[in-house]
Design a binder for this molecule. Structure first.
Ligand SMILES: *[C@@H]1O[C@H](CO)[C@@H](O)[C@H](O)[C@H]1NC(C)=O
Ligand SMILES: *[C@@H]1O[C@H](CO)[C@@H](O)[C@H](O)[C@H]1NC(C)=O
Ligand SMILES: *[C@@H]1O[C@H](CO)[C@@H](O)[C@H](O)[C@H]1NC(C)=O
Ligand SMILES: *[C@@H]1O[C@H](CO)[C@@H](O)[C@H](O)[C@H]1NC(C)=O
Ligand SMILES: *[C@@H]1O[C@H](CO)[C@@H](O)[C@H](O)[C@H]1NC(C)=O
Ligand SMILES: *[C@@H]1O[C@H](CO)[C@@H](O)[C@H](O)[C@H]1NC(C)=O
Ligand SMILES: CC(=O)N[C@H]1CO[C@H](CO)[C@@H](O)[C@@H]1O
Length: 707
């Protein structure tokens, strides 16, 4: 597809830092961050002027102005945030702060320190909030500000947030927040409650809303795809990295396509339903950003792509590709399916031909009718450092397995594993080892070629199996000593249902059956080498003993989800984690004190430097050579001091970040011991306690769920 216009910004652009804003409410300006931490605003329709404030240069034609932010830029975004105006504002994220800037008036709206850093920004309405909110994702947290800079939202996620999208996920005409993070998870927040959680196979680096509860995503390794609610519609893998995914109706059929900008310069548009390519183009360098806007001021919203070298191309939604084209596409699917069926049949036919041509072989090559491929899945903890799950495949007669292909997302490098024994090592029994990293159900798709030893004829067998969520928790026989940490809660539910959950979510040698009104099960969590005791009392009280709070949370969430429990309170006791939290909080207070001290030291050092510079200048004017040299060496010493302080301050900041991240991780884990309202309430209460440096209150909240 041909662009309708192209131009060049003549400035290198940082990938992912491109946006478009209507800063005066009517004229669009392409805005991007440059490698030198400046912001570049291209405004061909509206001359921006001035050389004051943050504007550090503007070219003669006044089409381009540069803003000086004097800080590292991590992300930029534009949006209408002032409820009383339809103008867009520019929001800039940096490793320690967020800045909202009014481009039209050339002034800061607000500047806020964000200790957890700002990695991504999304602007819009969230849930029942009446005003637009600026959501900033950082290390484990998401914070929301209103136009005045008040903090109106705060919540916690499992790891560094690397993508955000606001969309109506559950069709209630209110936006939910979709969050992608480095722990491979996509979480859906309704207000501050988690209503959906998906696990992908890599860090989720981009997200975009599509219509009808669908959203597109991109992973750090180049996988892209579309989910409809919690169901994946399709995905593809690529060797290149998707710099960003975007929504735009390129073929004008009324449905948004998923537009993907790749690190190798390609841009594709794919049908959000099927993943079929409906549009493509190719830049000479990596794509830096994709936006949409009326850049020609003719009343159409064009798709605008920008590369890292500053090349910009605009595309118009193509009316030629409308409805008839889509029908052809459906036809394509059918043809492709038929073609693959045909190939299958041809292959089978050629096998028969081969056997009829060589009658001597017949008996040998035909495999018995009753041949079956069977599987046994078991835990293998022979090597305690590398426990694994063995998938044992075997046939029910003397045929041998010539090759096995196991396809399994997120387990094998490249997602599939091929086993192809040498001719003289063929057996009817092969084992494929699997080591899941997370506690999520894993789907295995197995294909095996089976035939007789020495024959060139083989048959394809296919089967699918699912590993349960807690496959790496090994059921232990008999009573064990219970760990000291535990979480306890009450679920009014018949024990049969709980047993059903155990059978579905753990890898057991045989199904568990009802043996009374209470139950005590002991597991060994092989990944973390910890004992888990799962106890159900006859009074509906469930207690999970384990020193790993994260694992107890996962078990609680799985059980509550299975039993359809929407709100769950819990009491918890995790002595080791409480000790750690105490230490972390103390350390954080110390680091904060040091930070303040360093800031005042540096300020006074700066004053000294200023006065030294004036003295040198004075000495120079009166040609006092000795004076100049004396003050210069003194200045140089001062300069060294300030450099040293600066290094110390940097170290102090990263220590502080580590500390805060760890505290937030614990809060997240503690929140997962609860479900629904108690879960989100705990996050809010803990946040307040951390802000007030109130360790006692923090620990009480984690234990009881209440202040
Ligand atoms: C950055 O700019 C702000 C004003 O916008 C100023 O107060 C601050 O001192 C500057 N910081 C540095 C390191 O220059
Ligand atoms: C997040 O925390 C890590 C340390 O755990 C730190 O190195 C990194 O700079 C932080 N990220 C941001 C955006 O502040
Ligand atoms: C993803 O990419 C990283 C390096 O970029 C590599 O180490 C990792 O194995 C890849 N993961 C998968 C599942 O391909
Ligand atoms: C992309 O464009 C370059 C030149 O601009 C060309 O050499 C290359 O073959 C193109 N690749 C594809 C896949 O179209
Ligand atoms: C269990 O795993 C070890 C390697 O860790 C392997 O050598 C052994 O054969 C496996 N046991 C069975 C029964 O497959
Ligand atoms: C297959 O081999 C494994 C050991 O590698 C053994 O434990 C298992 O019993 C064998 N299965 C059959 C059906 O022979
Ligand atoms: C290994 C094995 O189970 N072999 C069996 C294959 O089937 C024949 C008859 O169908 C049996 O006799 C073998 O024992």
């Amino acid at each position: 597809m041909q662009p309708v216009y192209t131009f060049n910004l003549h400035h290198p652009v940082i990938a992912g830092c491109v946006t478009l804003g209507y800063y005066d409410g009517t004229h669009p300006s392409l805005t991007a961050a440059t490698a030198t931490d400046k912001i570049f605003i291209h405004s061909p329709h509206k001359k921006l002027s001035g050389s004051s404030g943050r504007i550090c240069s503007s070219d003669a034609s006044k089409e381009v102005v540069m803003l000086n932010l004097n800080q590292t830029i991590t992300t930029i975004q534009t949006g209408q945030i002032d409820p009383s105006s339809d103008r867009d504002f520019l929001v800039v994220g940096s490793p320690r702060s967020i800045l909202v800037y009014d481009v039209e008036k050339n002034m800061d709206v607000f500047y806020k320190e964000v200790p957890e850093g700002v990695k991504v920004i999304s602007i819009g309405r969230l849930g029942k909030m009446e005003k637009p909110v600026i959501l900033a994702g950082g290390n484990c947290t998401i914070v929301g500000f209103d136009f005045e800079g008040n903090e109106v939202f705060w919540t916690i996620t499992g790891d560094i947030v690397c993508s955000l999208a606001l969309m109506d996920f559950d069709s209630d005409n209110r936006n939910e927040l979709i969050v992608g993070s480095t722990d491979y998870d996509i979480r859906v927040f309704k207000e501050d409650k988690i209503v959906g959680e998906l696990t992908e196979t890599e860090a989720v680096t981009s997200l975009t809303p599509l219509q009808k509860s669908c959203f597109g995503y991109g992973l750090s390794n180049g996988t892209i795809g579309v989910y409809e609610k919690l169901q994946r519609l399709w995905r593809i893998k690529s060797k290149n990295k998707a710099v960003m995914v975007f929504n735009y109706d390129i073929d004008g059929d009324g449905l948004d396509e998923l537009i993907i900008g790749w690190s190798n310069g390609k841009v594709d548009g794919r049908s959000s339903r099927t993943g079929e390519v409906v549009f493509k183009d190719n830049f000479t360098s990596a794509v830096a950003g994709i936006v949409a806007g009326d850049y020609r001021l003719i009343g159409t919203r064009d798709l605008i792509c920008c590369s890292v070298t500053g090349e910009v191309r605009g595309y118009e939604a193509n009316r030629m590709l409308r409805a008839p084209g889509r029908r052809v596409n459906y036809g394509h699917d059918a043809v492709r399916e038929m073609f693959s069926k045909k190939q299958h049949l041809m292959l089978e036919l050629s096998n028969y031909k081969e056997s009829t041509n060589q009658p001597v072989e017949v008996a040998k090559s035909k495999i018995p009718m009753q041949t079956k491929l069977q599987t046994v899945i078991s835990l293998n903890d022979t090597d305690l450092k590398k426990p694994r799950i063995d998938v044992n495949l075997f046939t029910n007669n003397d045929t041998v397995i010539r090759a096995v292909l196991v396809f399994c997302e997120g387990i094998f490098q490249g997602e599939s594993h091929v086993l192809h024994p040498k001719d003289d090592e063929l057996t009817s029994n092969v084992t494929v080892p699997i080591t899941p990293v997370n506690n999520v159900p894993v789907d295995l798709h197995i294909k095996a070629l089976i035939g007789h030893k020495g024959s060139s004829n083989f048959h394809l067998f296919e089967l699918s199996r699912q590993l349960p969520r807690f496959a790496m928790l090994q059921l232990l026989k008999g009573k064990q000593e219970k760990p000291k940490s535990f979480s306890t809660f009450v679920i009014k539910e018949r024990i049969q249902r709980i047993i059903l959950w155990v059978n579905q979510n753990f890898l057991l040698q045989s199904e568990m059956t009802l043996a009374g009104l209470d139950m005590e099960l002991y597991f060994k969590a092989l990944q973390v080498n910890q004992v888990v005791a799962f106890c159900v009392g006859s009074d509906n009280k469930i207690t999970i003993y384990c020193d790993d709070m994260g694992l107890v949370g996962e078990i609680t969430q799985s059980l509550a989800h299975f039993l359809n429990v929407h709100d769950l309170e819990a009491r918890a006791q995790f002595p080791k984690i409480q000790e750690n939290l105490k230490e972390l909080m103390t350390k954080m207070v110390e680091l904060n004190d040091v930070r303040l001290q360093l800031s005042t030291d540096m300020a006074s050092c700066l004053d000294t430097i200023r006065s030294h510079v004036i003295r040198i200048e004075d000495a120079r004017i009166i040609e006092d050579v000795e004076g100049v040299s004396k003050w210069t060496s003194s200045l140089s010493a001062c300069n060294n001091d300030i450099l040293k302080s600066y290094k110390v301050r940097n170290q102090n900041h990263s220590d502080l970040m580590q500390c805060l991240k760890q505290i937030n991780k614990y809060i997240e884990q503690a929140s997962k011991l609860r479900v629904g309202k108690p879960q989100s309430r705990l996050v809010g209460l803990c946040r307040a306690a951390v802000k007030n440096n109130n360790v006692v209150s923090l620990l009480r909240i984690i234990n009881s769920g209440n202040n």
